[in-house]
Unconditional design. Structure first.
Lengths: 244, 620
């Protein structure tokens, strides 16, 4: 191992390539860092803050933090697990996430991350927001109450599909998804099932219609393997695909 | 002003759109103009603007939704925003708001049915030394009183245009109470630029006309002047006056040395920190000094364009600032051939639209690019990739003013004032319970006690230093000094007299941060709301010691994980208050260890409304 190109993550020496982030280097080495707003296929966004790690004593988001030789980084510590649990609880209470009735259950990164972090309850009182549900599109339902504002649909529709179907509006706790169309409704937008943005939502906010129970409960991805295993496996597959 | 309908919208919009080209960076500036013209950005305007700029409607809606002063619905012929800083509250703005609403027959936050007027609260408008303050159709009104409100209501009833309202309503005093070495004497426009260009030459050169001395083709003296001025800035050890205290010379040098075509000089006049109003005074009375500092910066880093990003609350300064810029262009101090040397630099005004977050460097750059003011990823830094991804210097108004004087008088002169690690002087904005609120210039190292004595506030029980995001200081700490070595500060001092209930301060501040969170990151977006819920619960007398533990825990998480300074500093005032003013919290506690936030009787309200009952039996 070339020690001029490694850092230490919870004591484990991790190699990295020039320009790689702490997140990418860790995942390449098979070490899971919890995350929700980041998808390694797209530009990082550093908004959910679940991937916060302590680099040489200071907190940074691993998904945007460049790896530097010799960094001493904490990731899987009781303090960070506790913070990530709280951040996840925050996401649960600001929206309406009713897993037992949600078709996304078992595919949902929020739910899977909550299990991984050992979330027992929401802890905080629910906010019960009343955001608009848009079921006007023949193929999609947009339930803004299930949105965690990760911005995947915004970025992918803009950068990959080149359609800019989604944007954010308002701010703070009132932030929500807005749809690009003359009426503001999904049915009048350019979104189609072929779009990459159609399948990128990590939670149950943007879902395809008529797909209910196609995969039975118990056979869904996170029923098979916890997110930390699934996530690292997918990352490896992706790396191999990219670099042959 | 008539209610906006489709045809007038187009009519009103065309002249605005004609003034801006189709660069999408103009979006926010166009929307600001539309809001002023129509008192809203109606759907038809969204369509027209999106078409003009080739932007999506969703993007335009997203920007309208982000900024407080932009509205997707008509706000009335007379749009009244009442400043709601804690200092305004201490001057009775809540009672005045109630009085104004009842006189106008309007509900707070709603537009009167006939579309005549609306009344809303807004974050601090920067008039804390002469509050209670308001904005009427975007123009600052100071010293509100019942009498003034009576007159306003008469004028509104008579449909008198705001341009014909008594001038005294809009009088804004400088209240510059103490000046030190930086702001003592009048500033001669052009002197600092000339000094910068000639710096490093021998004494005889100073008698030569600049156009003879500077050869833009060979660039010898040109470059020497810039290099020598940068050295002076290093010698001065000037640190950014926006609060963070980053050394200006390092920023300027990094910008100069970063590869990239264009370079930008951005002056941060967003001053959203409640209780801060020094930019207002500097841009009113020392605008030349500020513009001169920006121009010197442009000269040093090799930039051709400066941008003054100024908060919407100071819209009333627009004619003044445009006049100063025009005068400087005429005098050859801006434009294509500054002082005849061939150096080209100009300054644009960019207006904010009501968002505290835009005072944060990278959020401001997003806003300059016409977008939602959300902070960028941490890397690369704006000095490397800022406006249009080009190297960009962002400095505070006061920093540029000081830099101009350093170019003129040298770094050693500046460094002779202040303390070892905090050179020079600093402006302090003093407001609240004191006899002489206003602007005070002191060398760094001045104690809180000295400022309190000078402003007539020695009786204070507490001072909020550097705004809600700063530090709460109690009597036992009044000998602490204002300098980066001890209390670093943007220059805000809000004074709380002995009779004040310090709990009302945290109520005001926590709501402020909730309102101003940009919503990007989880800890700030949700955390500021959770904190408000906890503070409000305590305010209702339902608090328990567990809630206070919860506030501390949440604060720790926000400070550790929030994306930017807003979320990281938003809990400071709560932690300070819990540490230093615990009795005001304890006095509001219910005695038990835990009280649920859930109120069973309140939860029955919906059922009572549905059943049309309100008798005793319908209550618990």
């Amino acid at each position: 191992m070339d020690h001029t190109k490694t850092f230490f993550l919870d004591g484990q020496e991790i190699p990295f390539k020039e320009g790689q982030t702490v997140f990418d280097a860790a995942m390449t080495a098979g070490v899971y860092i919890p995350h929700l707003c980041h998808n390694p296929d797209y530009e990082p966004h550093s908004s959910c803050r679940l991937c916060t790690v302590i680099v040489n004593g200071r907190p940074f988001a691993a998904c945007t933090q460049p790896a530097v030789a010799g960094q001493m980084i904490q990731n899987d510590t009781p303090e960070l697990r506790e913070m990530r649990r709280t951040l996840t609880q925050m996401l649960f209470v600001e929206g309406n996430h009713y897993c037992p009735a949600c078709e996304k259950s078992g595919h949902c990164k929020l739910q899977a991350t909550a299990y991984d972090l050992g979330l027992q309850d929401n802890h905080f009182p629910q906010f019960f927001p009343k955001r608009e549900v848009d079921a006007t599109h023949p193929d999609f339902v947009l339930d803004r109450d299930r949105c965690i504002l990760c911005g995947h649909c915004v970025r992918v529709s803009r950068d990959v599909d080149r359609k800019c179907v989604f944007a954010m509006t308002h701010r703070g706790i009132k932030t929500e998804i807005v749809v690009d169309s003359p009426t503001g409704l999904l049915k009048d937008s350019q979104l189609t099932v072929e779009d990459e943005a159609a399948n990128v939502c990590p939670v149950g906010a943007l879902m395809l219609k008529r797909k209910g129970f196609q995969v039975p409960i118990g056979e869904r991805p996170y029923d098979q393997a916890p997110i930390r295993v699934d996530s690292v496996k997918n990352f490896k597959v992706r790396e191999e695909r990219r670099h042959g | 002003m008539p209610q906006a309908t489709a045809a007038p919208v187009q009519e009103a919009l065309l002249p605005i759109l004609q003034r801006f080209d189709t660069d999408s960076q103009n979006l926010l500036q166009i929307l600001v103009e539309i809001q002023h013209a129509l008192h809203c950005v109606p759907p038809e305007a969204v369509d027209l603007v999106a078409a003009h700029l080739g932007a999506t409607r969703a993007h335009v809606r997203g920007v309208v939704g982000f900024y407080s002063f932009l509205s997707d619905h008509y706000l009335g012929d007379y749009v009244i925003h009442l400043s709601d800083n804690v200092t305004d509250r201490m001057l009775g703005n809540r009672e005045l708001a109630e009085y104004l609403c009842s006189r106008l027959g309007v509900k707070l936050g709603k537009v009167r049915a006939d579309g005549r007027a609306s009344v809303n609260f807004t974050s601090c408008t920067g008039m804390c030394d002469q509050g209670p303050a308001a904005l009427v159709n975007g123009l600052a009104v100071t010293r509100l009183s019942r009498e003034r409100i009576d007159r306003m209501v008469e004028l509104i009833t008579a449909r008198t245009p705001v341009s014909a309202w008594p001038a005294e309503f809009f009088e804004v005093e400088d209240n510059f109470r103490r000046s030190d070495v930086l702001f003592r004497r009048p500033f001669e426009p052009g002197a600092a630029i000339q000094a910068a260009m000639l710096r490093g030459g021998d004494e005889t050169l100073k008698d030569i006309q600049l156009e003879e001395a500077v050869d833009p083709a060979s660039g010898t003296l040109w470059k020497r002047g810039a290099d020598e001025t940068l050295k002076e800035l290093y010698r001065s050890d000037l640190r950014g006056r926006g609060g963070a205290g980053f050394k200006a010379a390092i920023k300027w040098e990094t910008c100069r040395d970063t590869a990239g075509g264009e370079r930008y000089v951005v002056c941060n006049a967003d001053e959203g920190e409640p209780g801060t109003f020094k930019d207002r005074v500097l841009l009113h009375t020392y605008a030349d000094m500020v513009f001169e500092g920006m121009t010197v910066c442009g000269y040093v880093v090799g930039s051709g364009l400066g941008i003054l990003y100024i908060r919407q609350e100071y819209w009333y300064l627009k004619p003044h600032l445009e006049a100063v810029l025009a005068r400087r262009r005429e005098a050859g101090l801006l434009g294509g051939n500054i002082l005849g040397t061939g150096f080209a630099f100009d300054i644009d005004l960019h207006w904010g639209a009501g968002a505290y977050i835009c005072g944060m460097e990278s959020a401001m750059i997003e806003s300059i690019e016409g977008k939602r003011g959300k902070p960028r990823k941490r890397w690369p830094l704006p000095v490397v990739a800022g406006v249009r991804k080009c190297p960009t210097v962002v400095n505070n108004v006061e920093t540029f003013a000081a830099a101009g004087m350093i170019a003129l008088k040298g770094g050693a002169w500046f460094a002779a004032h202040g303390t070892m690690h905090s050179t020079g002087t600093k402006l302090f904005c003093v407001s609240g319970d004191c006899e002489r609120p206003g602007i005070y210039e002191y060398p760094f190292g001045v104690s809180v006690r000295e400022i309190l004595r000078d402003c007539g506030g020695s009786e204070a029980q507490a001072v909020q230093v550097s705004g809600p995001s700063g530090t709460t200081i109690t009597r036992s700490e009044f000998d602490r000094v204002l300098a980066y070595e001890d209390l670093s500060s943007v220059g805000t001092m809000m004074v709380f007299g002995p009779g004040r209930d310090m709990f009302e301060v945290v109520e005001n501040f926590s709501h402020f941060f909730q309102h101003e969170s940009c919503g990007l990151c989880t800890p700030c977006r949700v955390g500021t709301s959770l904190l408000v819920n906890l503070v409000d619960k305590v305010a209702r007398g339902k608090g328990s010691p567990m809630d206070l533990d919860e506030i501390q825990k949440l604060s720790h998480i926000m400070k550790t994980t929030a994306h930017c300074g807003l979320g990281q500093t938003a809990p400071n005032h709560l932690l300070d208050s819990l540490l230093k003013f615990r009795p005001v919290w304890d006095a509001r506690m219910m005695t038990t260890e835990f009280e649920p936030a859930f109120d069973l009787d309140e939860a029955l309200e919906e059922a009572r409304q549905l059943s049309g009952r309100d008798d005793a039996g319908a209550h618990l």
